[in-house]
Ligand binder design. Structure first.
Ligand SMILES: [Zn+2]
Length: 109
């Protein structure tokens, strides 16, 4: 597996995907209130959307340890179960064992 740094284009694409998801969710919430739909549709859409975005994130991105620069991939459960702030994620490095804010990097196959 090879990686490259995150470019501004990657960030723009992420923001666009996230904006589309939030827009669709907002529209669904408005429709739920206006037409008194079953609120479960919005909850299901939200859960499915978060899962889809997380799967896409796991497939597209790896992480780089700030201490030893080791580059590694994470699984779906690690992706869901660890905190992140934009393109940094609190992970334990599989090489040096240090738990720190790893930077996202893009997979290039
Ligand atoms: Zn490390």
């Amino acid at each position: 597996m090879r990686f490259r740094p995150v470019t501004p284009q990657d960030s723009e694409r992420s923001i666009l995907v996230l904006a589309v998801f939030i827009g669709l969710l907002a529209a669904l919430l408005v429709a739920t209130i206006l037409f008194t739909l079953w609120p479960g549709y919005a909850l299901l859409f939200c859960a499915a959307g978060v899962l889809a975005l997380t799967l896409w994130n796991v497939a597209a991105y790896g992480y780089q340890c700030p201490s030893c620069q080791h580059q590694f991939q994470i699984g779906l459960f690690t992706a869901i179960g660890t905190p992140h702030v934009w393109n940094k994620k609190l992970l334990r490095c599989p090489a040096c064992g240090k738990r720190d804010w790893a930077s996202a990097i893009v997979k290039t196959k």
